[in-house]
Design a protein around this ligand. Sequence first.
Ligand code: GAL
Length: 440
Amino acid sequence: MSTSLSSHILSFAVTMMLFAGVEFAPQFAQGLENGVGRTPALGWNTWNQFGCNVSAALILEQARLLVSTGLAEKGYKYVNIDDCWQNHTRDSHGKLQADAKRFPDGISALSKELDAMGLLLGIYSDVGTKTCAGYPGSSGSYEIDAATFAEWGISYLKFDTCSLTAAERKDPRPAYGEMSTALNSTGRPILYSMCNWGQHKSYQWAGGMANSWRTTEDIWPQWQRVVELLEANKDLAQYARPGAFNDMDMIEVGVNGHVFNQKLLPRTKLTSREAESHFSLWALMSSPLILGLDLSQAPQWALDIVGNDEVIAMNQDAAGHQGNLVAEVKHGSILGGKCVSLGNCTHTQVWRKQLAGVQSVGVVLFNRGDDWTENSPKWQVETVQIPFSKLGFAADVSVHVRDVLEHKDLGVMTGSVALPVPPHGVRTLVLKAVGGAAYA
Ligand code: GAL
């Protein structure tokens, strides 16, 4: 495991160096009309908590828990096996095969069991010759692999970007496109989730071939990382639409340490407040919500956060808009991640997502804090205020304000809303214009 992890990291680093400086011109992206992924995908994935320790038993255990916790009913349908499910060699017909010890009955049997539970099985492969953990990739075998996945009853493919040929490193679009065509020609609806870490500005072209595409390198359960990934996605709203979403990577709510962190970095996790902020922000940004926690050890607070129907509904809004940053206030000086001001260091933001129907928006009032721990003495609860005109409402409109974390109506307001927000915390709201006035 440690060898495959270090080779994984090495290949990641080498690829990143090779991609540095490559510029891709914006292209007109057409939606991938394969009928799936019209709203961001909801599901669960093995990687963040279990790394290479994948097996049919694990998948079945977590699938059952998705059902018994009620999360499946709330929409978390995809159960995705990430890297390391494969045998190291293809069979005599060139087909990928599962590791027989971990998946003794094969993948088809597993997908049938999930199907009987009302769930959908997802799988992982790689556009290059090897996956990031060193298993056979799909390069040169796109058609046969797509056909195999369809035959196995797969409904979601995460397609990674390790071990590319020189030509693919220069331009991975033809290879990713070939898999898109191969999946579509199977006739089975398979959600195509590209995972090329945002390289080659894939957000500009992936919408024509995939249902979602990763826009960054990996997430891990650490506050600083969550904020960095949010930042990296802040200007990408124009690329999201039904059937095609920017993927900010998986949900770290309730995840204890990361597969990388266990070896290389201290074990980290988000506090419950940070986890709540992460989930609201990912929901507002219309990112797929793919859970990473071990459901057999999930604390109730984590289940409550990811099971919040109103936040899920904001993510799943039919219009498919992504949120964007509409206001930001910074005070004080941060040096090396620490507040070095005599006064307080504060950094608040307001994020807004337009919802379907008339005059309705999701809003996250966010107190970022700007330090790595929650205990900085220089932090405080901040009042975050936003005029309705900055949220797209006409100046004189009355607005109904609902707190979707507390499940509480806060009343009808005019002019603006102002609420106290704790450090690393959010207030997540749905605002609706009273009386049907149009967006300004
Ligand atoms: C990375 C990917 C991760 C995980 C891992 C598996 O490239 O970003 O999400 O899939 O590979 O090796």
